[in-house]
Design a binder for this molecule. Structure first.
Ligand code: ZN
Length: 99
């Protein structure tokens, strides 16, 4: 049995962790505009950009492991990163595409 497809999806999602998604870009642009028009609202858009960034990171960390179906990165409520190179539960390596 091969987990290649699922592992590749996790690797692809992790690559996008630091890229700017459309909602993040929009939040930053609105924040810059607000700086000129309603400066008191500018920090709100900064927070919004962070929320979008963090929610995506959680989604990546919680992608299911193809072998044990538990979240591959972390089950924790406090997500600091997208996870290590092994499944948190069954230790399936992200580099082991054939098993
Ligand atoms: Zn697993």
């Amino acid at each position: 049995m091969s987990f290649k497809k699922e592992i590749d999806e996790i690797l692809e999602a992790r690559k996008s962790d630091y890229t700017l998604s459309k909602p993040i870009i929009v939040s930053i642009v609105l924040g810059v505009i607000a700086e000129f028009i309603i400066p008191i609202l500018a920090p709100f858009f900064g927070i919004l950009a962070f929320v979008f960034f963090y929610r995506r990171r959680i989604a990546i960390a919680r992608m299911p492991c193809p072998r044990c179906k538990n979240p591959f990165g972390t089950k924790s409520n406090i997500v600091l990163g997208v996870g290590t190179s092994e499944c948190e539960t069954c230790k399936l390596s992200i580099y082991a595409k054939e098993l």
